[in-house]
Ligand binder design. Structure first.
Ligand code: NAP
Length: 279
């Protein structure tokens, strides 16, 4: 652990995206959401992840507006839900997100799932349009498997900035990481602390104990060592701070290898409409 105070500059970036952000799924009580976004930004976080489906974009926008940090210092990501992926549906969803977030641009807009109304030829040209007119700075995809990414690369004019997928020590996503490295796509890990399951993995507990940190911090430091952005969801100041302090933790090569060698596998998020290759 380093004793240097942690600041926004302590967070490594990939193509301008901070590798640690705040997730907000199920943080849908307005006051709570405003408060946790404000707390995180004032602590030093500069990346916030939401989605139209979370029903909290207004809370996220109010949190950014209330914090003592200007909008242009924040990397703000949201997503278009699977029922809104027709050409017009995407444009309308983005308009609604801009309005609720109280901003005139979104740093990263994702296709939330390759499901529902998703049709590459319909959906992706609308993302290109939003990109060309500056409403969004980057195009993101989420829950895409290599076959979906191949198709999207054929259709999109804009570069694919990121693929956001479930990733943690129990789901290390090595194939998708190889694909992303080959095609210059950033990886963003959702459920990076496996919704608390990391606390039950003995290897992570041993490493955590030896550093005097939490298992959550070990999982987040492992993701950072892989060059993957992590967006842990936290509502309490205690959890927001614990995750932030993962920035002070550097794992050794040996510790990273021990985590890589964990062979338990668990996919926590698997709705019926997820990619068929998951089953
Ligand atoms: N693209 C997608 O399809 C997709 C799917 C799922 C999630 N996501 C995104 O990824 C974000 C993170 O994923 P997630 O919310 O599913 O799971 P997660 O971040 O792995 O886990 C969140 C849970 O862990 C708790 N927690 C957070 N930090 C902790 C700490 N340091 N110690 C102990 N407990 C801690 C939180 O509690 P408190 O809330 O009480 O602090 C919450 O119950 C979401 O919020 C969302 O933004 C995207």
């Amino acid at each position: 652990m380093s004793d240097k105070p942690l600041t926004p500059d302590s967070v490594p970036h990939a193509d301008g995206m901070p590798l640690l952000g705040l997730g907000t799924y199920r943080n849908d009580d307005h006051e709570q959401c405003v408060e946790s976004v404000r707390t995180a930004l004032e602590m030093g976080y500069r990346h916030v992840d939401t989605a139209s489906m979370y029903g909290n974009e207004q809370g996220v926008g109010d949190g950014i507006a209330t914090a003592d940090v200007s909008r242009d210092e924040v990397f703000l990501a949201t997503k278009v839900w699977k029922s809104d992926l027709s050409y017009e549906g995407v444009l309308e969803s983005a308009r609604g997100s801009l309005d609720r977030l109280g901003t005139d641009y979104i740093d990263l807009l994702y296709v939330h799932w390759p499901a529902g109304e998703y049709d590459p030829e319909e959906t992706l040209p609308a993302f290109d349009r939003l990109y060309d007119r500056g409403d969004i700075r980057h195009v993101g995809l989420s829950n895409f498997e290599p076959a979906h990414l191949d198709r999207a690369r054929d259709v999109l004019d804009a570069p694919i900035f990121a693929n956001q997928v479930e990733m943690h020590p129990l789901l290390p996503q090595s194939d998708l990481r190889d694909y992303a490295a080959e095609h210059d796509i950033n990886m963003v890990a959702y459920a990076p602390i496996a919704r608390g399951r990391v606390f039950d993995v003995p290897t992570l507990s041993e490493i955590a104990e030896s550093h005097g940190v939490s298992e959550a911090q070990v999982a987040l430091a492992w993701l950072r060592a892989k060059g993957v952005a992590a967006i842990p969801k936290a509502t309490s100041t205690e959890h927001i701070r614990d995750n932030w302090e993962s920035l002070a933790l550097s794992l050794t090569e040996d510790e990273i290898a021990r985590i890589d060698a964990i062979d338990d596998r668990e996919r926590l998020i698997d709705p019926g409409f997820g990619p068929a290759s998951w089953r």
